[in-house]
Design a protein around this ligand. Structure first.
Ligand code: ADP
Ligand code: MG
Length: 236
């Protein structure tokens, strides 16, 4: 069942069209992958979906409502979460404070319950609750950011290159956590990844962006066997 879709999103920076009519459809409980070369508009697309930057035209339909003009804080209340590539935690706060803040819209009992859930999925955080988030390693910080989305009880989670700059081993752990969040909690995940082949293996569907357009799309299996995808994945 479709939970989120975009229709012909156009985003301009001055004369330059960073997104040139992007239409995608995201099914509830799926991992939907966006891949594509540097500068193809992947990050811009997630930012426009979350409302961090205005679109020129197009529609963003979430649960049958056009949310193109809804600001980020309201989208957060609609249980849409967005994790940017960097600066996705409060560096000056401890891990525990970050988790608590993530649940600010929920009542206290609920926050406690959600933090327990987050710590079940990310037990790695249990021993570092009193550490300042700014002192964490890249992997720990990513665990925290994803844990915060779980505290928030997000329904749709948009992740911008969560494995960037992590070792292959840690990247694999992140992929496993994404699978767990989908399979155990039914989260809908929109994932932007450089590691296209491995990411496709854990995804249900995928879109390949080139120059602000969807160059091709399909099920994970279709993309893995697509000639253009093979060419692309050899090139990175
Ligand atoms: P990707 O995430 O796929 O690498 P981006 O979405 O970051 O690509 O960028 C898409 C294009 O938009 C790039 O050409 C980039 O230089 C341009 N761009 C992104 N953000 C801005 C901005 N704030 N101002 C001007 N151009 C931008
Ligand atoms: Mg990017």
């Amino acid at each position: 069942m479709e939970i989120l879709r975009t229709e012909n999103i156009v985003k301009c920076f001055g004369e330059f069209r960073a997104l040139n009519g992007v239409s995608i459809s995201v099914n509830k409980g799926d991992v939907t992958l966006i891949i594509g070369p540097n500068g193809s508009g992947k990050s811009t697309f997630l930012k426009t979906l979350f409302g961090l930057t205005k679109i020129y035209s197009g529609e963003i339909i979430f649960k049958d409502k056009n949310i193109a003009k809804v600001p980020p804080h309201q989208k957060a209340r609609m249980k849409i979460a967005y994790l940017p590539q960097t600066n996705n935690v409060f560096a000056n706060l401890t891990v525990e404070e970050n988790l608590k803040i993530a649940g600010y819209v929920l009542d206290k009992d609920k926050v406690k319950e959600r933090i327990e859930i987050a710590l079940d999925v990310f037990p790695e955080l249990k021993d570092i609750l009193k550490r300042k988030a700014g002192t964490l390693s890249g992997g720990q910080r990513q665990f925290l950011a994803m844990g915060m989305a779980l505290v928030r009880d997000a329904e749709v989670l948009m992740l911008d290159e969560p494995t960037a700059q992590l070792s292959p081993k840690l990247a694999e752990v992140i992929f496993e956590k994404i699978i767990e969040m989908r399979d155990e909690f039914g989260l809908t995940i929109l994932l932007v990844e450089q590691n296209a082949k491995r990411a496709l293996e854990i995804s249900d569907n995928g879109y390949m962006f080139v120059s602000g357009r969807v160059a091709f799309e399909g099920t994970a299996e279709e993309l893995l066997n697509h000639e253009k995808f093979k060419e692309y994945s050899l090139g990175i």
